[in-house]
Design a protein around this ligand. Structure first.
Ligand SMILES: Nc1ncnc2c1ncn2[C@@H]1O[C@H](COP(=O)(O)OP(=O)(O)OP(=O)(O)O)[C@@H](O)[C@H]1O
Length: 492
């Protein structure tokens, strides 16, 4: 235990925990950690027991039924995560704080999913540990009156799946921010899972048993948006016949997701900033200041910084929101997630042999697709393919054609055409047997027939319409078709 930590313990002693004295069990094979907790918590009136292994801890837990267990993940024999359900059972749902080393944060997410109240990342400041213990002890009083079951796994729909480094990073960030009350900005293209991330943050937070309200400002009436969010007083505007609470009031104690935050009108942005900075707001037409105990999560698939430059998004709000940011890359940048996602969606449909229904060849094919609608598009495609395949292993032909990548029709095709013309011209020049004097005519002869053919196909053989599409005179079209010997007998 270093000097700084000692000093910290001393200064923390003055801050008394308001909870009634309780039994606390610390399970850690590092004696200095046990010592530090023992000193801190016993000075606050709690009875502290220590154990250096899960096995020893479980015996003490069964005997003394502590209200709080501080459980290290890395223990000599059975690890903390495996032992966690046993501690919950042995203690009739004590609060369990899992202690984990940095870089081990996906373990922390699992711990919380499996019923831990909170976690501490080592090395931690004792002041933070003290705060976490206090919150957990308070929560333990409520939990004691409930049945001793770990927090249920979220339903199949809500589970976030991913094994790519990008998703692992997102899981870590979720675990980190969940325990705090910080506002979070989630960015990513449409369908990348932003709403799932927001829900996961709420589910793993202290607010989990309070409302979670996802709101898409774009779906609200633009004239009434402030009133929808913050409520209104009777007579505030025509039609306001009663006092009404807004969504912020309904979410009191919980979490609000503002989806597509970039769509929020400027006037509502001002009110939101006030909530974020001062935790206050007023109903429309009412001067009374109200306290907002709401965590705010925002999501966007557009470039908010650009919106700031355009003047449609407040700069101060932008900086206030971007303190903690979780970015979900597009699916095409994390193809490693595709096999797992396929299995996940098939399993949610109870598809027979879901874990083997997509073979390696099909995975490769799916990984080469652009997935411009991201995971949402993959999910729909899998569901479509599963219906077509009716229980057999899936094949590429069971899938709907992929949506073209964004901008592909204009930019990418143009690039490809340009590349082709360049390559053709270089090759024609390089292979010419005599000095060239008709490169342009050769190019037209090589490319124009295809163009004319498509125009004619598109108009079902109607040359007048084809000429219109091409923007050339009907007589010119006839002459060119004749020159290229494409002159069908039943022309126009
Ligand atoms: N990592 C994931 N694991 C499992 N399902 C996912 C994952 N990511 C997305 N999904 C699924 O894809 C669909 C779209 O996800 P979600 O609505 O969270 O995306 P979004 O980024 O909020 O989209 P939008 O910007 O269009 O609102 C949902 O059905 C969701 O369940």
């Amino acid at each position: 235990m270093d000097k700084e930590t000692e000093t910290e313990i001393q200064s923390d002693v003055d801050t008394q925990l308001s909870d009634t004295p309780s039994v606390v069990l610390v399970v850690d094979d590092e004696p200095s950690i046990c010592w530090a907790f023992e000193k801190m918590l016993s000075q606050q009136g709690h009875r502290v027991l220590t154990a250096s292994s899960a096995e020893e801890g479980l015996l003490l837990a069964a005997e003394h039924s502590p209200a709080l267990v501080l459980l290290d993940v890395r223990l000599p024999k059975e690890d903390g995560i495996t032992a966690l359900p046993k501690f919950l059972k042995a203690t009739n749902n004590a609060a369990v704080i899992v202690m984990t080393a940095f870089g081990d944060l996906d373990t922390a997410v699992n711990a919380i999913r499996n019923g831990a109240s909170d976690y501490l990342i080592k090395p931690f400041r004792l002041a933070d540990a003290q705060r976490t213990c206090r919150q957990a002890l308070r929560a333990a009083l409520d939990r004691r009156s409930q049945p001793a079951t770990p927090q249920p796994m979220p339903s199949g729909q809500q589970v976030l799946v991913g094994q790519s480094p990008a998703m692992q990073q997102a899981f870590r960030q979720i675990a980190l921010v969940a325990a705090s009350d910080l506002s979070v900005l989630i960015t990513g293209e449409t369908g990348t899972g932003k709403e799932l991330v927001a829900a996961a943050i709420h589910r793993n937070s202290q607010r989990a048993d309070k409302p979670y309200i996802p709101i898409a400002p774009v779906a609200l009436n633009p004239d009434l948006i402030e009133s929808e969010l913050f409520g209104h007083a009777k007579g505030a505007f025509t039609g306001a016949t009663d006092d009404r609470a807004g969504l912020f009031e309904q979410a009191q104690g919980g979490t609000i997701l503002l989806d597509e935050i970039g769509d929020l009108p400027l006037a509502a942005q001002v009110k939101l900033l006030r909530v974020l900075e001062q935790g206050e707001y007023s109903r429309v037409g009412d001067l009374r200041v109200r306290h907002a105990n709401v965590r705010i999560i925002a999501a966007t698939n557009c470039d908010l910084h650009h919106a700031v430059q355009e003047g449609t998004f407040r700069e101060d709000l932008y900086y206030r929101l971007t303190g903690v940011r979780i970015h979900l890359p597009p699916l095409r940048q994390r193809p490693e997630d595709i096999p797992l996602l396929c299995q996940h969606f098939l399993s949610a449909m109870d598809y027979p042999g879901f874990d083997a229904a997509v073979d390696a060849e099909l995975v490769t094919e799916l990984q080469s697709r652009p997935w411009s609608g991201n995971v949402r598009e993959l999910k729909n495609a899998i569901q479509h393919a599963a219906v077509v395949a009716r229980g057999r292993a899936l094949e590429a032909t069971d899938f709907p054609p992929s949506t073209p990548a964004r901008g592909e029709t204009s930019t990418s095709n143009a690039t490809t055409l340009n590349d082709s013309v360049t390559a053709w011209a270089r090759q024609t020049i390089a292979t010419a047997k005599q000095p060239l004097n008709d490169l342009h005519a050769q190019f037209l002869a090589a490319s124009e027939p295809a163009l004319l053919q498509i125009a004619i196909e598109h108009t079902a053989g109607n040359r007048a319409k084809a000429a219109e599409i091409l923007g050339i005179h009907r007589g010119t079209l006839r002459d060119r078709l004749r020159a290229y010997q494409m002159d069908a007998p039943n022309g126009d």
